[in-house]
Ligand binder design. Structure first.
Ligand code: ADP
Ligand code: MG
Length: 408
């Protein structure tokens, strides 16, 4: 991509300069506010460390969750600041606000190499505003924290890959005001996606799961014409099964999508592969009793919570000689151990294809979490993306505003 990168910025020299970094630190928290999966924090470290080591005054903007009406203590970045400090091996200050008096005072007090994390950027409603003037006003506030756009002041490094598909103040508008660069994470993610879309070696297998067909319809439509096989599991497979006229019990079903799925099966029937057996249960719960049935024999009143062993076997055969694999969305409710085998089996098949020299990419927050939770080796895949929505939109062929603006 014709985008300046972190290396270009480092070559220009950053010692003593204020550098604003948009990172994606949106990690999952448990009920007590503990981080359950630090993957995104770890992925953000290389860019921040390089800048800090080079003597920049680093100001980090990031979000956590979706705060509704301004500041919400439950969505404070405090636990993230602590975890980030541990990963960086240096103290990370947390501002009490986004671009308010505390953030300004702290930014002014930074010395070379210091790292300041602003409080949850989405505490400021202008971040996600549809009104360009509002977003621009917040972006100007952010620019002020790194010393303004001229002379030796301010630069912007975009490194939050999980948000580059959003036209938001700290992702998009700020890049219109400051010299801008892609961070190492964003550059690496885009490189992998470019490889998937431009030079995918065949056979190319796409594995899709997760909960909703509607979320992934555009990517199904785009990839069905490119892939040699499109394997469908997870909650979305039931709408496809229903489109074949099969009863699906109380399984997840998007009735309004049945016709679309019918059309996809008509057009790409030889590419799309559905499960042949399903693990069903009487309820959506960890302690529900699992029972494996043929995919066209789902009993009334039961819901499908995983693909069955016969499906794993079939999908494994399809994946065994794949040279390129893109996987998004768990094959079942992997969060419940009784319904995790399908996801684990398919993940292992992808790891097998990778070991034979295939190129594999995992995209999607829950899919990446599944890899870690099921104890699978992360380095068994060629790349685990930090951004589900962003990678899907890229593969759908959409322009990502946060990337496009870096090209200008
Ligand atoms: P990703 O974040 O990887 O893009 P999604 O968010 O689309 O994935 O979907 C993940 C969720 O889908 C998981 O929480 C999983 O429990 C759920 N899921 C998978 N299979 C089923 C199923 N058969 N019924 C209900 N939910 C399912
Ligand atoms: Mg998800």
């Amino acid at each position: 991509m014709a985008v300046k990168t972190l290396d270009d910025l480092l070559a220009d020299g950053v010692e003593g300069r204020g550098v604003l970094v948009r990172s994606d630190l949106n990690v999952p928290l448990d009920d007590e506010g503990h981080i359950t999966d630090p993957g995104r924090i770890i992925a953000s470290v290389p860019t921040l460390k390089a800048l800090s080591d080079a003597g920049a005054k680093v100001v980090v903007a990031a979000h956590l969750g979706r705060p509704k009406d301004g500041p919400d203590p439950k969505l404070s970045l405090a636990p993230v600041a602590a975890a980030l400090g541990e990963q960086l091996g240096r103290h990370v200050q947390l501002a009490g606000d986004v671009v308010g008096t505390d953030a300004l005072a702290r930014a002014e007090g930074l010395t070379d190499g210091d790292v300041l994390l602003l409080e949850n950027i989405r505490f400021d409603p202008r971040e996600t505003s549809k009104d360009e003037a509002e977003r621009l006003a917040l972006a100007k506030g952010l620019v002020e924290l790194v010393g303004g756009p001229d002379g030796s002041g301010g630069a912007f490094v975009s490194d939050g890959f999980g948000v580059v598909h959003r036209k938001q103040a700290s992702v998009y508008d700020v890049a219109t005001l400051l010299p801008h660069y892609a961070g190492t994470l964003v550059a690496a993610e885009v490189k992998v996606l470019e490889q998937l879309t431009t030079s995918s070696e065949r056979p190319y297998a796409v594995v899709l799961g997760g909960s909703k067909v509607s979320d992934k319809l555009a990517v199904i439509e785009n990839l069905a014409s490119k892939a040699d096989s499109l394997i469908i599991g997870g909650g979305m497979c039931f709408t496809f099964l229903a489109a074949q006229g099969v009863p699906v019990g109380t399984s997840l079903l998007q009735e309004e999508m049945i016709d679309t799925c019918k059309k996809l099966l008509e057009d790409y029937g030889d590419v799309i592969h559905l499960p042949v057996d399903i693990v069903v249960a009487e309820k959506f719960a960890a302690d529900a009793t699992p029972e494996t049935v043929d995919a066209d024999r789902i009993p009334e009143g039961k819901m499908g919570l995983d693909i069955g062993p016969g499906s794993v076997e079939r999908f494994t055969t399809l994946l065994s000689n794949a040279r390129t694999v893109f996987w998004n969305g768990p094959m079942g409710v992997f969060e419940f151990p009784s319904f995790a085998a399908g996801t684990k089996g398919v993940a292992e098949a992808i790891i097998g294809a990778t070991a034979k020299g295939g190129f594999s990419v995992v995209g999607g927050g829950d899919s990446a979490a599944a890899v870690r939770q099921l104890g699978l080796p992360e380095d068994g895949f060629s790349h685990i993306s930090t951004g589900g929505g962003a990678s899907l939109e890229y593969l759908e062929g959409k322009e990502l505003p946060g990337i496009a603006i870096l090209e200008s």
